[in-house]
Design a protein around this ligand. Structure first.
Ligand code: AMP
Length: 132
């Protein structure tokens, strides 16, 4: 069965997309740790990051860097935290999380924000406009 992220790639379910090319897609995490929390995925459904072919992994990281710069330009933050967990969705994804001042802000098991659809749409649009 296709992963939920493959369904986003196929356009079968909606997402707040921020950047895309032939190989990769970036979209907002639906339950963000911070506003601007973005997921970067290869469109090809590969369950786990360390199963990704070396060349594709290199290009994924370079794409994620461009997305991180767009997130950084869109929200006030000190750093973009980078994380991989993959326990919930078996489709390789990199978390990009705007951080203010503490590593504790990257708490994957902690409480999440519940932004409105309007807030997510506005954030996605802002990141999109800063993506180079
Ligand atoms: P993990 O697999 O543990 O790295 O977590 C998967 C992440 O995907 C979580 O942060 C979820 O909030 C996020 N997520 C799950 N479904 C969606 C979706 N349909 N759109 C955006 N983010 C999602």
């Amino acid at each position: 069965m296709a992963s939920i992220f493959s369904k986003i790639v196929a356009g079968e379910i909606p997402a707040y997309k921020v950047a895309e090319n032939d190989e990769f897609l970036a979209f907002l995490d639906i339950n963000p740790m911070a506003m601007g929390h973005t997921l970067v995925i290869p469109k090809q459904e590969i369950p786990y990051i360390f199963e990704v072919d070396d060349d594709l992994l290199g290009r994924l990281m370079v794409f994620a860097k461009r997305v991180a710069k767009a997130v950084e330009a869109s929200v006030t933050c000190a750093r973009i935290g980078v994380g991989v967990v993959g326990l919930e969705v078996p489709h390789c994804h990199i978390h990009l999380i705007p951080l203010q001042n503490s590593v504790g802000e990257m708490n994957f098991g902690g409480p999440k924000l519940s932004p409105s659809q309007e807030e997510l749409a506005a954030m996605a649009q802002k990141i999109q406009s800063n993506f180079k």
